[in-house]
Design a protein around this ligand. Structure first.
Ligand SMILES: [Mg+2]
Length: 165
């Protein structure tokens, strides 16, 4: 199902090396808004520690944001010291092709982490990358996202019912 993530977790820092190894993930593509930072640009707790833990384990990281605010994306990329692309136009394949080239791994060895089904999850699934959906950090989204949230919540509910054992 194109709308369903491969994995649904609370936050990006919940991702462990063990989980990545089990799923043959060598590179991670990170969304920015509501995945790494909230609406006031506050960083997720423990994010810097998690990034160094990933780097120590040779996991390649890269940012792919749909935001057109280069300064915002650049700032977080600089703090975390990872490469970035902004105005990614997810779910279009365009950005994912650039990311794949940069990470230099096969699509199935790349995980895409984000808080939105229609951009992050659909884009990852279309590119045959491993989609990981996280809960949005901030409650107050920009209005486009606000419109999509009830639909997303409905899909997540269906997804959770389907994956229940
Ligand atoms: Mg986002």
């Amino acid at each position: 199902m194109i709308l369903y993530p491969k994995k649904y977790i609370d936050k990006v820092t919940d991702i462990t090396i063990e989980f990545l190894n089990e799923n043959n993930i060598l590179g991670i593509v990170l969304d920015v808004d509501n995945t790494l930072i909230d609406i006031n640009e506050n960083m997720l707790n423990g994010l810097e520690e998690w990034v160094s833990y990933m780097k120590q384990n040779n996991i390649k990281l890269c940012i792919l944001s749909n935001s057109n605010k280069i300064e915002k994306v650049k700032k977080i990329a600089k703090i975390l010291d990872i490469p970035y692309f902004y105005f990614g136009m997810k779910p279009l394949k365009f950005g994912f092709i650039k990311v794949k080239k940069l990470l230099n791994e096969n699509n199935e060895n790349i995980a895409v982490v984000g808080d939105q089904i229609f951009t992050d999850v659909v884009g990852a699934n279309r590119s045959k990358m491993f989609s990981i959906l996280v809960k949005p950090i901030a409650q107050k989204d920009i209005w486009v996202t606000v419109l999509k949230r009830p639909i997303e919540n409905w899909i997540i509910k269906k997804y959770l019912n389907n994956t229940k054992e």
